[in-house]
Design a protein around this ligand. Structure first.
Ligand SMILES: CC(C)(COP(=O)(O)OP(=O)(O)OC[C@H]1O[C@@H](n2cnc3c(N)ncnc32)[C@H](O)[C@@H]1OP(=O)(O)O)[C@@H](O)C(=O)NCCC(=O)NCCS
Length: 148
């Protein structure tokens, strides 16, 4: 493996290692953190799934924009799963880990965890994989350059 490619790989591994498959909360700081508000509820009184997906999209974009050093557009979402409801007042944390970097695309795995102060509960509520494309000022795909 060329030195530059090895360095790039190491950086990706370093960024993604907070995420595990063993059900543990990712280490490190979430890409975004917010509080679920009454205005974000669905007719059942739980938090609307579309609102949670929007938070996840922002969290993934934070990671992608950093790597792309500029604008990105979401091109696909796969493997989206809603495991448990989010309630008003929950502290919502979205963790993002870069999984793959292509020519112009960046694939980011995002997990959402909540902290519920009333009960002391803390668990993963959603996960999904978001694909972003680095775009130029005209909205056309542009090459993602490896970090120096
Ligand atoms: C993002 C966009 C500019 C890409 O343009 P495009 O002509 O489809 O680009 P390409 O076909 O060259 O694909 C670009 C990259 O995206 C990947 N890609 C495209 N569609 C994909 C999909 N459905 N799933 C996964 N990857 C996809 C391609 O594999 C390619 O990756 P690579 O360069 O790393 O190999 C265009 O699709 C677009 O503007 N989409 C709307 C974006 C949007 O409005 N998002 C919501 C708001 S941000």
């Amino acid at each position: 493996m060329a030195v530059r490619a090895q360095v790039f790989y190491n950086i990706l591994w370093e960024r993604g290692r907070g995420m595990t498959d063993n059900g543990a909360r990712p280490s490190g700081e979430p890409a975004i953190r917010t509080i679920a508000m009454p205005a974000d509820t669905n007719p059942n009184g739980d938090i609307f799934g579309g609102w949670i997906m929007a938070q996840m999209d922002v969290a993934g974009a934070v990671a992608a924009v950093r790597l792309a050093k500029g604008r990105v557009a979401t091109v696909a979402v796969t493997g989206m799963a809603f495991h448990k409801p989010v309630l008003v007042g929950d502290l919502v944390s979205c963790y993002a880990a870069i999984e793959k970097v292509g020519r112009t695309s960046i694939t980011v795995r995002v997990e959402t965890w909540i902290d519920r102060n009333r009960s002391g509960d803390s668990y993963k509520v959603t996960e999904g994989t978001f694909v972003y494309v680095a775009i130029d000022d005209e909205g056309r795909p542009r090459l993602v350059s490896a970090p120096a």
